[in-house]
Design a protein around this ligand. Structure first.
Ligand SMILES: [Fe+2]
Length: 228
């Protein structure tokens, strides 16, 4: 599906989205604020290297569009990923681990995580396994700005496949969709369950509440994915 068509569909699914919002292939607008359309090529150098600085600048634009505070401390710890897929506008994310603590003595841990996705961008399908003494991660998501489509196992939702970037469709199995608007929350049903999320036409800023996050415990459906 052409990217513009997919974004229009998401805009249609977002029937209750904020009044005055418009989403097109040329970007979107809210009041007097505009968020430009991002092109994949602007995130890669001539040799194909993922340009992390360009990705961070795009997330700052997203934050400013939504009125999200861009602290200096956030700029120091913001990380970005394209998962080595090479299609950052389809598959990628920005994140801040405000807290990610594992207490060895008590064998417990917790995570405070902010997730940033550009319009239509996707965190690829994955699940979290047990790693050494660390139990499988449990997660919940609180939409702060924009809109997020949470994908999980369960009854297929109408038009679920039309929300997923076409290039990643074959690496997904979840077809049950929960849409979150700002102020709404969703959660992982059970440990080990596969899941992923796709941002709406205005992108998303989502707070994740979770148990401790271990990169070593991540498993992805797409075998080509790498985290560095
Ligand atoms: Fe996850």
């Amino acid at each position: 599906m052409a990217d513009v068509t997919r974004r229009k569909l998401m805009a249609g699914l977002a029937a209750s989205a904020a009044a005055g919002m418009a989403a097109t292939g040329a970007g979107c607008a809210k009041g007097d604020k505009k968020l430009r359309a991002f092109k994949n090529e602007e995130f890669y150098d001539a040799d194909g290297t993922f340009n992390q600085d360009a990705a961070k600048r795009a997330y700052y634009e997203l934050m400013e569009y939504h009125g999200y505070p861009v602290y200096d401390s956030l700029k120091e710890v913001l990380w970005v990923l394209d998962f080595a897929v090479g299609r950052f506008t389809d598959v990628g994310m920005g994140g801040v681990f405000w807290l990610n603590e594992w207490v060895e003595e008590g064998k417990y841990g917790y995570l405070g995580h902010e997730i940033f996705l550009l319009p239509g961008q996707m965190i690829p399908e994955h699940w979290h396994v047990q790693h050494e003494d660390i139990p499988p991660k449990m997660e919940g998501w609180h939409c702060r700005y924009g809109e997020v489509f949470l994908f999980a196992e369960g009854d297929p939702s109408p038009d679920a496949e039309k929300i997923i970037p076409a290039s990643e469709l074959k690496f997904t199995t979840c077809r049950n969709v929960q849409r979150l608007a700002p102020g709404e929350v969703g959660k992982l049903a059970v440990p080990l369950a596969p899941h992923f999320q796709v941002a709406g036409p205005e992108g998303e800023i989502v707070t994740e509440y979770a148990s401790y996050h271990s990169m070593d415990a991540l498993r992805f459906r797409n075998p080509d994915i790498k985290l560095d």
